[in-house]
Design a protein around this ligand. Structure first.
Ligand SMILES: Cc1ncc(COP(=O)(O)O)c(C=O)c1O
Length: 412
C-alpha cells in the first residue's frame, strides 16, 4: 500500500499542489475546507470562456445554444452521478449553504407551522442549523436536537425519541462530518424518518468526493452538494430534490429566467428546475462541477477512497502516539478527516506551526460549534485528505505535530 501512496500520480494533475510553502513542499491537508482542482476542471472552464461564452436559455445564436447545451449537459451529468431519476431533480445553487436555504425557505414556508418540529443533529454544520432556526422563527415551528454520542456518531435512539412525538416534519443531518469525519448511516436514518411521515434533508457537502452517493438508494428527499468540495469550482453547488417536492414548492428567489409569463401585477413560473434558478446562472461553474465529477469517476472513486482512508488511518495512529495529543471522535466509519487537540497548544498555534513547516491544515470550530460543545472542546486542528494526498503529506503532518510539541511542550 505504502509504495502506491508514495507515488500518487494523481497529484501531478493539480497545479496548485506543486509549490513550496515556508521553504517546504506544500502538504495540502485542508481538502475538507476546499479541494484543489485538477487540470481537467481548469481546462473545461477555460474552454467555455474561450470558445462558448454566452448567456444561456435566452438566445438563438450559436454561442448561446452551445452554452445552453453545456449547461444542460452539466445538469445531466450531476443527475447521473448521484442517480437522480431525472435531471430536473437537480437545481444549481451557489453551494451547499444556498441549497439548504432554498429548502428551508421554499419548502419550509409552505410545510411548517406552529407546533411542528424540525429535528437537526448536534453534529451539523452551521449552514444546516441556522437556516432552520430562521424558518422556525418565521413559522412557529421549533427545533429539536438529534444527539451525538461521545464517539461522535448520531444517537439513533435520540432520533427515535424525537420522531415518537409525532410532531417532526423534517430531519436535517449531514452525510459526512466535516469536523471529525463521521460517516452517518443515511439510508437507515432516511427509512426511519419516512416511516414517521417526515421529510429528510441531507447535507452531502463532504460525502460526494469520497463516497458513492445514490439518492434513490439512500431514500432521501433533499440532498445538498458543493462543487468546491469535490474538485470543482467555488460558487457552484446543487440541490437534489424529489421532483414532486420541487414541483409543489414556491420559488425561493425570483426575477428573470424563472418565469413563464409576467404582467405588471402577476407572474407564472417556469417548470422545475428553472423555477429555482433566477438570473444568469454560473455556467462555467456548472461546467467545472460536471467536469470534476467526470474526472473523479474516471480516476476510480473506490481506489481513491482506499488510498485516502489508508493515509487518514496512518495519520490518526501516528498522531495518537504523540504525547499530549488527543484525536477527537472515534466513529466506526469515518471519511479521511482527522481532528485533534494538543494539551499545551491552541489549535490556532498548531496551524501556525504547521504552516511554517509547509503543512496546510485547518484550525477552529469548523462551523460546528454545537458539536465542539458536545465533544468538550472549543476548537480542533483538522487534517483532511483527498485523492492527491501522499505518504509525504502524512510524514509532514507528523513532523509538524512533533515541532508543536518541541515549541509548546505536550505533556498529557
Ligand atoms: C458539512 C458541510 N456542510 C456545508 C458546508 C458549506 O458548504 P458551501 O461552502 O458550499 O456553502 C460545508 C463547508 O465547509 C461543510 O463542510
Amino acid at each position: 500500500m505504502v509504495a502506491t501512496i508514495l507515488s500518487n500520480p494523481i497529484k501531478d494533475q493539480f497545479p496548485a499542489l506543486d509549490q513550496m510553502v515556508s521553504g517546504h513542499p506544500l502538504a495540502y491537508l485542508d481538502s475538507a475546507a476546499t479541494t484543489q482542482r485538477p487540470v481537467a476542471v481548469l481546462e473545461a472552464m477555460e474552454a467555455f470562456y474561450r470558445h462558448d461564452n454566452s448567456n444561456v436559455h435566452r438566445g438563438i445564436h450559436s454561442l448561446s445554444v452551445r452554452a445552453t447545451d453545456h449547461y444542460d449537459d452539466a445538469r445531466r451529468q450531476i443527475a447521473r452521478f448521484v442517480n437522480a431519476s431525472v435531471p430536473e431533480e437537480i437545481v444549481f445553487t451557489k453551494g451547499c449553504t444556498e441549497a439548504v436555504n432554498l429548502v428551508a425557505q421554499a419548502w419550509g414556508r409552505q410545510n411548517l407551522t406552529q407546533g411542528d418540529v424540525i429535528a437537526v443533529s448536534e453534529m451539523d454544520h452551521h449552514s444546516n442549523i441556522v437556516p432552520w432556526q430562521v424558518i422556525a422563527e418565521a413559522t412557529g415551528a421549533s427545533i429539536e436536537p438529534i444527539s451525538v454520542t461521545q464517539k461522535g456518531e448520531l444517537d439513533i435512539s435520540s432520533l427515535r425519541a424525537v420522531l415518537a412525538t409525532g410532531k417532526v416534519k423534517l430531519v436535517a443531518f449531514k452525510h459526512v462530518c466535516n469536523a471529525i469525519g463521521t460517516v452517518n448511516p443515511v439510508s437507515e436514518v432516511a427509512e426511519l424518518v419516512s416511516t414517521h411521515g417526515a421529510t429528510t434533508l441531507v447535507d452531502g457537502a463532504q460525502a460526494l468526493a469520497h463516497i458513492d452517493v445514490d439518492v434513490q438508494a439512500l431514500g432521501v428527499d433533499f440532498y445538498a452538494m458543493a462543487g468546491h468540495k469535490v474538485y470543482g469550482p467555488m460558487g457552484i453547488g446543487a440541490l437534489f430534490a424529489r421532483k414532486e417536492l420541487l414541483e409543489a414548492m414556491a420559488p425561493y428567489q425570483v426575477g428573470g429566467g424563472m418565469i413563464q409569463k409576467v404582467t405588471l401585477t402577476s407572474t407564472t413560473y417556469a417548470p422545475v428546475p428553472e423555477k429555482f434558478e433566477p438570473g444568469t446562472p454560473n455556467v462555467p461553474g456548472a461546467i467545472g462541477f460536471a467536469a470534476a465529477l467526470d474526472w473523479l469517476s474516471d480516476s476510480g472513486k473506490q481506489r481513491l477512497w482506499n488510498l485516502e482512508s489508508e493515509l487518514a488511518h496512518q495519520a490518526r495512529e501516528r498522531l495518537q502516539s504523540i504525547n499530549g495529543l488527543r484525536v477527537i471522535g472515534s466513529a466506526r466509519e469515518t471519511a479521511p478527516i482527522v481532528s485533534f487537540v494538543m494539551e499545551d497548544a491552541h489549535p490556532h498555534d498548531i496551524g501556525t506551526v504547521m504552516d511554517s513547516e509547509g503543512v496546510a491544515i485547518r484550525a477552529g470550530h469548523h462551523c460546528c460549534q454545537p458539536l465542539m460543545d458536545r465533544m468538550g472542546v472549543g476548537s480542533t486542528a483538522r487534517a483532511s485528505f483527498a485523492a492527491y494526498s501522499t505518504q509525504e503529506d502524512v510524514d509532514a503532518l507528523i513532523r509538524g505535530a512533533e515541532r508543536v510539541v518541541e515549541i509548546f511542550g505536550g505533556k498529557c
